[in-house]
Write a protein that binds this ligand. Structure first.
Ligand code: DQA
Length: 145
């Protein structure tokens, strides 16, 4: 049995479904996590999910991925654009990392165009809504096969 894929969702993503549905859609985070588990299962993989509004808690979960995960999917929310601490934690991770954003961050405000996560990610998926997470799982599964 391989180690689970760790899936991290950052600040305010607990509000998905009701938060700015015109930008982020109406799919809830629980729906996304269930979709991810089902998609991983088709590849014989499992998932372990964390949502946190707390930067330090996210850093701790990323550190755990060093030894406990086979791959990492991260939507760091607004911390994508601000957090050197999350970048430093990700740089210590050896397993493949895929960055996901529900919205197309490049079609939005300028301050969203830069992500500290992107430089350490094997790939970046944005603008495809919840489907982006399934694509990230497929990409990790292909890398791990
Ligand atoms: C987001 C994009 C970020 O700019 C924003 O702060 C979020 C969500 C997305 O999934 O589109 O919280 O990461």
């Amino acid at each position: 049995m391989s180690k689970p894929l760790h899936i991290i969702n950052g600040p305010n993503l607990n509000l998905l479904g009701t938060r700015e549905p015109d930008v982020y859609g109406t799919t809830t985070l629980a729906d996304i996590e269930a979709m991810c588990a089902a998609r991983a299962d088709t590849h014989g993989l499992t998932t372990l999910c964390l949502q946190s509004n707390d930067e330090g808690e996210m850093v701790n979960f990323i550190q755990a991925a060093r030894t406990e995960a086979s791959g990492l999917i991260i939507n760091a929310g607004a911390y994508s654009h601000t957090s050197v601490a999350i970048l430093d934690a990700l740089q210590a991770v050896q397993v493949p990392i895929i960055e996901v954003h529900l919205s197309n961050i490049f079609a939005r405000e300028e301050f969203r165009h830069h992500s500290y996560v992107s430089g350490v990610a094997a790939g970046v998926i944005c603008g495809l809504g919840a489907q982006g997470y399934e694509m990230a799982i497929d990409a990790l599964a292909a890398r791990l096969a």
